[in-house]
Design a binder for this molecule. Sequence first.
Ligand code: TYM
Length: 373
Amino acid sequence: MAEDKFIVTPWEVKGDVDYDKLTERFGTSKIDAELIERMVQHTGELHPMLKRGIFYSHRDMKWILDAHEKGPGFVLYTGRGPSGHTHLGHLMPWVFTKWLQDKFGVELYFQLTDDEKYMFGQDLELEDTKRFAYENILDIIALGFDKDKTHIFLDTEYAKTMYNIAIKVAKRVNFSTTKAVFGFENSTNIGSIWFTSMQAATAFLPSELKGKNIPCLIPCAIDQDPHFRVTRDIADKIGYFKPALIHCKMLPSLAGSDKMSASVSSSAIYTTDTPKQIKKKIGSAFTGGCVSVEEQREKGGDPDVCAVYQYLYYFFDWDDGSLNDRKAKCRSGELLCGHCKQYLTQKVTDFIVDHQEKREKAKELVEEYMLRD
Ligand code: TYM
């Protein structure tokens, strides 16, 4: 690990991420009070993920608001690498993206990189990543994105259109750049080296389809930023605007720090989990509690390191009063870990049960959202 003792790449998040240092390392800007104020002027409300600093960093967000105010408007773009089922971490940027779509009334392009997960995944065949892509699409639709303004596609299936844009990107990105940005080596397969041109291409897809240059805003967690640094570097060379970004922090794993990994199933909650699985996973989550009840009553717990508290903070308790009260009671030893686990289990189960009903209904709607060439 680098001197800061954490790693954040599109494929790996390790250690206790220092988000201030990461913005410096990546060269992004923090979202400040002035920007929040300007966003609220358009949205009419302050999203809790902005208020809590979960969405905390950006590139060119002010330019996007200018484009919205004076024209030519903007489009949204986000994505998913279908290596498995969707977990709660993935839903975070998507919930925020939906809010942006609703508030600004804009179109959204949603890319599923089945090619990426095939090329990077040791144990995944193309049939697997395609199958997971269609599973993930059910989660996307279940969140309620506007059918008339949302365009979903798989890289391998929308290849004819994508290839023509991706080659323009690929011609301008050399191997030493991808080595420096992604840590690739001579032994890396050439599909992986090429891949960033596919993720970059979608930022220009709306402009290609509409035949005019249109600003693009990409909401995602900060781990995906390296792809878009490369994208921004070459954008004007091929006559497009640089895409803007708005980044969130990573929902930690139930086992403590690090991001939830789709490959370590006990540390993440999936949208396909049963209430029994949810209970079991939250039951064995890492907390900031003491070894015995007596000690905890005496010394109190530490919510700052507690995965259960983090889940409430990031996703499941938007009521600041209740959350602060919980934090104080944990610190004083009044509230024990069992209570918080029970509370979170109920919240997550209610959410997932409701989501699964919507996911079922989504099965009928897939084609209405798909972009085909
Ligand atoms: P993927 O599938 O790793 O992640 C999908 C989205 O979820 C975010 N994310 C998280 N957010 C919060 N907490 C977590 N623990 C967490 N884990 C993942 C990711 O940042 C992402 O926004 N290569 C991409 C697919 C992609 C894409 C894009 C993503 C293609 N085009 C444009 C974002 C924007 C991938 O594998 O994402």
